[in-house]
Design a protein around this ligand. Sequence first.
Ligand code: F6P
Length: 331
Amino acid sequence: MGRKIGVLTSGGDAPGMNAAVRTVVRAALHYNLEPYAIYRGYHGLINGEIEAVDSRAVSGIIQRGGTILKSARSDLFRTAEGRAQAVDMLDKHGIDSLIVIGGDGSFRGALSLEEMGVNVICIPATIDNDIACTDYSIGFDTAVNNVMEAVNKIRDTASSHERVYVVEVMGRASGYIALYSGLAGGADVILIPEVPYDLEQVCQLIEKANAMGKTYNIVMVAEGVRPISGEQGEESPSLEIGRYIQEHAGFDTRITILGHIQRGGAPTVRDRLLASRLSYHAIELVYQGKSGKMLGEVNQVVKSFDLSYVLAQEKQLNLDYYHLSNILSAI
Ligand code: F6P
């Protein structure tokens, strides 16, 4: 057997992480590299939760959401001492390259290890789709499909009771989940962090929709939204927005915070394919002795980018989707 490589998943889990782990392990074996599973992210790395894995260890997981490697947040890893322990643990196991499957925070951790001499290659996996240099991150497609299906169901009850439904979705500071699932789910109003919202305008939009004969409304709210004036309060934004609609526009309003259900379930075809392709190329880079890179898919082509460059970029949301939704809901 050749060089030893470790693989871990870190941060919020994302459907398709297992498909990525499966490919990392099997592609490593294909290149005659020796794969090691590292459990519970950087926390497990520091604690030495590391074991050699073979192809059968990743059988039957491509269809499963979550991550068989588990995920954890590690306060210790945020300190220089913790990171030094992580590097020692890799040395102790003779692992010279590390594959990190996760999002922004996980990649910042990976970059610190790179600066300490560890070879790292990153694979973007987060439902938030807030990583630059890739059109989509693993897990986003499944999450927006989850949200769309939930909205389909909410429509049944919203139409029966002729109510306004405010639906809050995840995404941290990114509006991707709200925008894609809002457009695909036919929401009347979509509020995203990239465009500060005005509560009076939201009420006017609902009033206008109802004057045109609509009998119920869906208002899609990203968890990271902020009002046009002032700061967003401590509570979930949907609570404040729903209350305002009820009190100021007089519509019977209900609030649904979808929460972690968005992150679960079997990954879609898109997420499985993305995970498989990015992970295969990640191992190719390891085999070539490269380090400090992230794989991304841009216009259907897999490309590698310097990790430091990726982390310095801000992922852009295509506001054409936003304008399209506004046009379609205003008629
Ligand atoms: O980053 C993924 C994500 O699901 C965000 O959309 C959300 O804000 C956060 O993780 C929730 O984190 P936790 O699982 O720690 O509650």
